[in-house]
Design a protein around this ligand. Structure first.
Ligand code: GCB
Length: 629
């Protein structure tokens, strides 16, 4: 990073940090939210795009940082073949029209598995016909909405730069009303997967890169004044509060109606000068609260001027009292598992269709008897979270503040804070999401404490209605024949739930038998969950006699012993072992057992359940039966 960029990032950070948490949280709001865009009318730009690798980024600059040569600029608004024909003396070193094709969304290893390890800049392009803007009142503004581009996106429309976004898992939107032209338009997106220690996540992780346009891209049309944000919440005092934010020339002093027909609610309020309307009403006695056992959702309709928007929203409360997590006022034990965003199949490309999400979540809900999923280690697709709402699974939502982020970097902190804000603002109407996690397994340095404390403060300011957590390491020490374990991480003071990743019996010298000797102390009086534990097993590799590592028997025994240990922790309120399904990871290269896969799944990549699956499923069945009235 050069000096001036460093200074700029430091100044931005200083300004964000000099404000109170709630002011800071406001500053992190993206200028355009388009919340609930998934339910808006628009044109789906998924489908066939062409792509072109740009290892040396020559579309952006030539050697020595000089301006790019036009013959390399892949985002130019030209038909290369026509230019070549018209002037035989010019030449190009790309041609997006005749480049290879990919079906989006999906990472770039989907059309070409050889690209699995490509890490760099990739250009995507397609053409589309825009609707006639202004023809009717509902198509007066147009927005390009990206649900996720991994990791950095530079967007061009008809050869003109539209905007940039950093962060591979959260949505972003650009207004393109004045850039669209009648008839055919050309969109080009430069996708840069390269990360460094100032990015979130950093370079070094334990999951696949999956560079690309991994979630849908849509062109969304709205009236001149439209509903940019809406938020509903059931409060502890039994009231429902809601807010609606309008954007556009008619945003101020505009009547807004919010209706939930099934509850007989029809509320009207007027927006203030900033376009914000707020509502508060006592929840009707007929309100059925959302829970995993009864995931009731209501159709909510918001109407303002020419715009109207509907959503399906569940109502529930969540809080921590002492060592308990209370869902709708009743203690809950989280019966879950962790999951990466990776579909079943031998060559996943992070293509999360409704079928793919349902296949994964059904294994948790019905196969494992679960009520909870940890969506690790980054925000998963909105579709997955909405499906958890519908199916009845509580969701742990996390941002990829992971392992070796440069915690002293002002830029990394700003990136993480914006990412958390984008994540919260996308999903805060989802009843399933009960906790925001500010990261996973980070070192105990003062810089990291400041970094994640800032994130925890932001999170509370942006969403006081949910819990805050982070996956931590515990301190473990052998005392005689026992392993004494406790959490001394000072970040614990900032968290509602203490989450621990423990691999005793897999990593390190401890045996499987040692797991059951673990004795946990609670220094904080807060609930604890085991956010991870796990062991690799190659599906169908059996050796019941020796139970070596990588055998299904070893993994099953690891689960049996860890769950036995878990039952002795009086303040344990849930588990989400590592992990539902084997997942691709470039750091797992054992040629017999791994071949590029982390094998800690209780299901193989193609859907075969391993022995440990049944161990966990039976454990959850017993747990569920124990709480039945
Ligand atoms: C962990 C990490 C997770 C890894 C897992 C493993 O502690 O949180 O990202 O994949 O261990 O398999 O080692």
């Amino acid at each position: 990073m050069n000096r001036s960029r460093h200074l700029l990032a430091a100044a931005l950070l200083a300004s964000a940090l000099s404000s109170t948490p709630s002011q800071a949280a406001k500053e992190l709001h993206p200028p355009i939210l388009l919340t609930n865009a998934i339910n808006r009318s628009g044109d789906d730009l998924s489908g066939t795009w062409t792509y072109s690798k740009d290892r040396y980024r020559v579309s952006l600059s030539e050697m020595n940082n000089t301006p790019p040569d036009p013959r390399n600029q892949r985002y130019r608004d030209v038909i290369v073949q026509a230019e070549e024909k018209a002037n035989p003396s010019i030449f190009f070193e790309y041609d997006m029209q005749r480049a290879p094709r990919a079906t989006l969304p999906g990472s770039w290893n989907m059309p070409n598995t050889e690209l699995r390890y490509y890490d760099g800049l990739m250009w995507y392009q397609r053409t589309f016909n825009a609707r006639d803007l202004g023809k009717d009142s509902s198509t007066q503004r147009a927005f390009l909405r990206f649900e996720a581009v991994n990791y950095k996106a530079s967007v061009y429309l008809n050869g003109k730069f539209v905007g940039q976004h950093e962060g591979g898992f959260t949505p972003f939107t650009f207004e393109v009303t004045s850039l669209l032209r009648k008839g055919e338009n050309q969109i080009t997106v430069g996708v840069d997967s390269t990360r460094n220690d100032e990015s979130v996540p950093p370079t070094f992780t334990d999951w696949e890169l999956y560079g690309g346009i991994t979630r849908p891209v849509r062109l969304i049309y709205t009236p001149k004044t439209y509903i940019d944000d809406q938020h509903l919440n059931l409060n502890e005092d039994g009231s429902i509060s809601a807010s609606v934010k309008l954007d556009g020339p008619g945003a101020a002093r505009q009547p807004v109606t919010l209706s939930i027909a099934e509850l007989g609610l029809k509320l009207t309020a007027s927006t203030d000068a900033a376009g914000q309307a707020t509502f508060k009403v006592k929840a009707p006695a007929s309100l059925q609260r959302w829970s995993p056992e009864s995931p009731k959702l209501y159709d909510v309709q918001v109407q303002a001027g020419d715009d109207s928007l509907s959503d399906r929203v569940g109502f529930r409360t969540i809080k921590v009292v002492g060592e308990n997590i209370l869902l709708n006022g009743r203690p809950i034990f989280l019966r879950g598992i962790s999951m990466h965003e990776e579909e079943f199949g031998p060559t996943p490309a992070r293509i999360i269709t409704p079928q793919a999400a349902r296949a994964l979540l059904s294994e948790i809900k019905y196969g494992l008897n679960g009520n909870y999923v940890r969506l690790s280690h980054y925000p998963h697709s909105e579709l997955t979270v909405r499906m958890a709402d519908e199916m009845g699974l509580l969701v742990w939502s996390e941002i990829p503040v992971y392992w070796s982020v440069d915690f002293s970097s002002a830029k990394a902190l700003l990136t993480a804070r914006k990412m958390m804000a984008e994540n919260i603002l996308r999903d805060r109407n989802r009843a399933s999401v009960f906790v925001w996690s500010v990261g996973n397994e980070t070192p105990g340095t003062p810089e990291r404490l400041h970094f994640q404390s800032t994130l925890a403060d932001d999170t509370r300011a942006l969403d006081p209605s949910r819990l805050v957590s982070a996956a931590l390491w515990a301190d473990k020490a052998k005392v005689g024949k026992r392993i004494e374990a406790k959490i001394t991480d000072p970040l614990a003071a900032k968290l509602d739930i203490l989450a621990i990743n423990t691999y005793t019996g897999w990593y390190g010298d401890d045996s499987l038998a040692d797991i059951t000797t673990m004795n946990w102390s609670n220094l904080h009086g807060k609930p604890m969950v085991l956010s991870e534990f796990g062991a690799d097993a190659k599906a169908n590799y059996h050796d019941p006699v020796n139970q070596p590592k990588y055998s299904e028997e070893f993994q099953a025994q690891f689960y049996t012993n860890t769950l036995k240990m878990a039952d002795n922790i009086s303040f344990l309120r849930g588990v989400s072992p590592w992990i539902l399904k084997d997942f691709q990871s470039p750091r797992r290269e054992h040629p017999v057992y791994q071949n590029g896969w982390n094998r800690k799944g209780v299901i193989s990549e193609t859907g075969e359940r391993k022995l440990a699956f049944d161990v966990l499923s039976n454990y959850f069945k017993r747990k569920a039966e124990a709480v039945k009235p």
